[in-house]
Design a protein around this ligand. Structure first.
Ligand code: DPM
Length: 365
């Protein structure tokens, strides 16, 4: 951890003598309210599975938390929110780290893995309007109303779907953004992940949930991930209890699609996935920055969602950074292949050109 990285330790373990004899598990988190809430949720789930576990929070500030005035897509570094936390993980200062899956790059540095992905919450984006527009949706906002988002993915899809609106960058953590919306008159509405709003307790501010026809979500959106050291089998085993089979398979497919397209935060890539009767369906799309150009397709594969015993496990295989014990290995491989196949289909139709132009335009903004 660098010297600027403030650190605080707060014990949340109960202290009876018996429990003190077991290993203390230190849980790393970013300091933002959303990150702390998410970490708390995962710690509570761990305590449900392991009532005697001793868990301790270690909170840190990351580069992504410090740079509040630049759009994520302009900063260009993929591991913005994860680098400092991974450094602490590497030095054994923490044993696991909780992230929003969508902030984790599709390839993790060597030695790390996503040991668990918890059951996904609502993955869709939501519209929050300025109090003076209460009750309005994107359709009913006046011509040339300004909508805040710095996600290229959201802007591209929404420009296409709602051409009467204007889109402008808005940065900062969730608290900052809501403040910027409410206390000034710069924006008529902002678009945020519904899951984040819900976790912050601001569900009542949501005036519209965007359907996939309006705006497909980001890879991994709405799911929490637990990052661990590959060489720590005890923690890997412990967190694997949190894996949700459907979420894991959907997210492997989504991340594999993104990885194969060589997408990232700096290009407009969106997905939608669903599992129905052992079929995993993945829809993926790429957009030009203004949404005028796009490619979208859906493919499917069969998967099994039955959880497996320890023995049937191929223990240390990673699929796009995910090392999900207990989840059928064949299905994980099928999900990964689905993502690659869909990426290849879009690439064969010209996705590379769309993404290259989008990247160049964004770099020169
Ligand atoms: C990533 C994006 C954004 C976050 C890009 C995207 C939104 C950036 C912005 C990769 N990470 O979605 O196209 O609007 O300027 C982020 C949020 C959450 C995780 C907040 C949000 C919470 C929800 C979740 C930021 N990362 O998207 O409103 O767990 O998915």
């Amino acid at each position: 951890m660098d010297e600027n990285t403030a650190k605080e330790v707060q014990s949340s373990a109960s202290h009876n003598a018996k429990e003190n004899s077991s290993r203390i598990i230190r849980v790393g988190t970013r300091k933002s309210q959303l990150a702390r809430t998410q970490t708390g949720t995962v710690m509570n789930m761990l305590k449900e599975h392991y009532p005697h576990a001793q868990l301790e929070i270690v909170a840190m500030t990351t580069t992504g938390d410090k740079i509040l005035d630049t759009a994520l897509s302009k900063i260009g570094e993929k591991s913005l929110f994860t680098k400092e936390l991974e450094a602490a993980l590497e030095k054994n200062e923490v044993d696991l780290v909780v992230h929003s899956l969508k902030d984790l790059p599709t390839a993790l540095p060597p030695g790390f893995a996503i040991g668990a992905i918890c059951k996904r919450e609502i993955p869709y984006d939501a519209v929050v309007v300025h109090p003076s527009h209460a009750g309005k949706s994107l359709d009913t906002l006046a011509e040339r109303s300004v909508v805040g988002t710095s996600s290229l993915r959201r802007a591209a899809q929404l420009k296409r779907r709602f051409p009467h609106l204007e889109f402008k960058d808005i940065r900062g953590n969730l608290n900052t953004r809501l403040k910027k919306l409410d206390e000034k008159n710069d924006f008529s509405a902002i678009v945020l992940a519904a899951a984040g709003l819900r976790r912050m307790g601001w569900e009542n501010r949501i005036s519209q949930i965007l359907e996939p026809e309006d705006c497909m979500y980001a890879v991994g959106q709405g799911a929490l991930a637990v990052e661990v050291r590959v060489n720590d089998p005890d923690v890997l085993e412990m967190v694997s209890a949190l894996n949700d089979t459907e979420t894991v398979l959907r997210c492997i497919a989504e991340r594999s699609f993104m990885k194969h397209l060589e997408g990232g935060c700096s290009v407009p890539v969106a997905v939608h996935s669903v599992i129905n009767q052992n079929q995993l369906y993945l829809t993926g799309a790429v957009y030009s920055l203004d949404g005028s150009d796009s490619l979208k397709d859906t493919m499917q594969t069969s998967v099994s969602t039955q959880t497996q015993d320890e023995d049937c496990n191929v223990a240390d295989v990673q699929h796009v950074g995910i090392m999900a014990k207990r989840i059928p290995h064949n299905s994980q491989a099928a999900a990964e292949k689905l993502g690659i196949d869909l990426a290849n289909l879009l690439l064969s139709k010209g996705a590379k050109d769309i993404l290259t132009v989008a990247r160049q335009l964004n770099d020169s903004r």
